[in-house]
Design a protein around this ligand. Structure first.
Ligand SMILES: NC(=O)c1ccc[n+]([C@@H]2O[C@H](COP(=O)([O-])OP(=O)(O)OC[C@H]3O[C@@H](n4cnc5c(N)ncnc54)[C@H](O)[C@@H]3O)[C@@H](O)[C@H]2O)c1
Length: 344
């Protein structure tokens, strides 16, 4: 079997650089494409260059000619499309830029795949935000955390789409284009509707990447603001578990083509904001001072992915436990703490 050629857009970001390292370690030929717009991407590239061999293209997914060029000079077995504007808050401030990067950018990637590499497995990093508020799910305070009363397995792919926020709209449009390019053009493309992904090399900020942000801020003594009561829950998934799912999808195109999958830690890997604070306090051996603010508009009390479809199709399940994942994150922050002066 020949070594696979994989293109990773957004490959200098958090998920992307971990993906590049992961697939390089499997001796695949990796091309990273990124416009380096996100803080921390230079450092991620530097980290990647130390010990792995890959091609790098600095390009913007909004630039059709550049994307055509990237796709036309190599025949890819897989395209992992991660490049995006990633924060809901930023999308509200500048919805056009969000649309360009997420909706048009994804269209450019898909359309180039259609013309130059139609057999490539495309994994689009979608988001649970495509389900919007999920008004039909009943949440209540259950002890110290919110939880669903009626969805023991979490939110499944049968949940109606309900885009809320420009980010929800742009990612949702891209999610649907991905599935439609599978139907219309036979491209083995899938939308992975990711919940909260965490892990090392995530230069989390308050508006995006909360697990990393809390860890970085707690370690460096920066202010942490809790919006709401801190009992809101999310299912969280370590990036290495996500990458195993990406690999399984690339190896089994027939099982994923044209389908959407919810992916996160599922009901077994749930954290409330205050759970994470308590875990960090335990591991760091100090009290973490908190600031409190009112709920932000649209904040969900709960989101938990139903991951049974993916688990069944790809024989996959999360393996990295919360405690060891967060310890890994703390170790990384200790290791690279000087970087945060520049990036966060
Ligand atoms: N991390 C999560 O919890 C999470 C959850 C749901 C979905 N996602 C999706 O997963 C993907 C990766 O997320 P991440 O956390 O690694 O984010 P990230 O911000 O670390 O990575 C995104 C990368 O895309 C690059 N980029 C942005 N705009 C670009 C453009 N126009 N052209 C080329 N490159 C561009 C950035 O420089 C960055 O390196 C994103 O599509 C995001 O929407 C992430």
């Amino acid at each position: 079997m020949h070594a696979k050629n994989v293109l990773i857009t957004g490959g200098a970001g958090f998920v992307g650089c971990n993906a590049a390292r992961y697939f390089c370690s499997r001796n695949w030929n990796v091309t990273v494409l990124d416009n380096l717009s996100r803080a921390g991407t230079d450092q991620n590239l530097e980290w990647l260059r130390d010990g792995t061999s890959f091609d790098f293209e600095r390009a913007d997914v909004c630039d059709r000619a550049a994307i055509d060029h990237a796709l036309s000079h190599n025949r890819y077995d897989a395209v992992i499309h991660l490049a995006a504007q990633v924060a809901v808050t930023t999308s509200v401030v500048d919805p056009r830029a969000d649309f360009m990067a997420n909706a048009l950018g994804t269209f450019n990637v898909l359309d180039a795949v259609r013309r130059f590499s139609p057999e490539a497995v495309v994994i689009f990093a979608s988001t649970n935000k495509v389900y919007g508020k999920i008004a039909s799910a009943v949440t209540e305070l259950q002890g110290e955390r919110y939880g669903y009363t009626d969805r023991p397995h979490g939110i499944s792919e049968t949940e109606p789409l309900d885009f809320l926020s420009p980010y929800g709209c742009s990612k949702g449009a891209a999610d649907q284009y991905t599935l439609d390019f599978a139907r219309m053009y036979g491209i083995p493309a899938t939308s992975f509707r990711q919940s909260c992904i965490y892990g090392t090399r995530q230069f989390g900020v308050e508006d995006q990447g909360w697990v990393a942000w809390f860890t970085i801020a707690a370690r460096l003594g920066r202010d942490i603001t809790i919006y709401g009561d801190g009992r809101q829950i999310r299912d969280v998934l370590h990036v290495d578990d996500l990458l195993r799912a990406y690999e399984a999808a690339i190896q089994a195109p027939d099982r994923i083509a044209g389908q959407a999958f919810n992916i996160g830690g599922g009901p077994e890997q749930i954290l409330s904001l205050l759970d994470l604070i308590a875990l960090l306090e335990r591991r760091l051996g100090k009290k973490i001072p908190l600031k409190w603010q009112d709920w932000r508009p649209g904040d969900q009390r709960a989101y938990v992915s139903d991951i049974r479809k993916l688990a069944t199709e790809l024989d996959w399940k999360p393996e990295i436990g919360l405690e060891s994942g967060v310890i890994g994150l703390i170790d990384w922050v200790n290791e690279v703490r000087d970087l945060f002066v520049e990036t966060v």
